[in-house]
Design a protein around this ligand. Structure first.
Ligand code: ZN
Length: 120
């Protein structure tokens, strides 16, 4: 499953970032995922539960923000948002576009951690 390796690398990155805050618990991780990144959110969520177990991310929430595909149309001389991923034609003028500006992202947008120190 492609999503499992994606989630594993995200969990690894977040664990490294969270290491700067000893004892902190990760509450939420927000991702930006382009429509062409070929990952399915349900699968990400499923893998998240398995992969975060036993890590500082255990019990954290995964929020996925899906980004639409944006191409630059030379005929219109502007960036256009595609309605789907089936056709790479400009929705305004119908010309084929190949200049991808957004849609392949798969990155961590932000992380929310609980920095409350435990009482000794
Ligand atoms: Zn156009």
């Amino acid at each position: 499953m492609h999503e499992l390796s994606v989630v594993a690398s995200i969990v690894e990155s977040v664990t490294e970032l969270a290491a700067a805050y000893p004892g902190a618990r990760v509450l939420e991780v927000r991702l930006r995922v382009g429509a062409l990144a070929s990952v399915i959110e349900d699968s990400l969520q499923f893998c998240w539960g398995i992969t975060t177990e036993g890590t500082p991310l255990q019990g954290s929430k995964l929020t996925v923000q899906t980004l639409p595909v944006v191409m630059h149309c030379t005929a219109c001389a502007q960036d256009v948002e595609l309605q789907g991923v089936q056709s790479f034609r400009c929705p305004r003028c119908g010309e084929p576009c190949s200049d991808l500006r957004q849609g392949r992202e798969l990155e961590i947008d932000s992380i929310e951690i609980d920095e409350v120190e435990e009482a000794i």
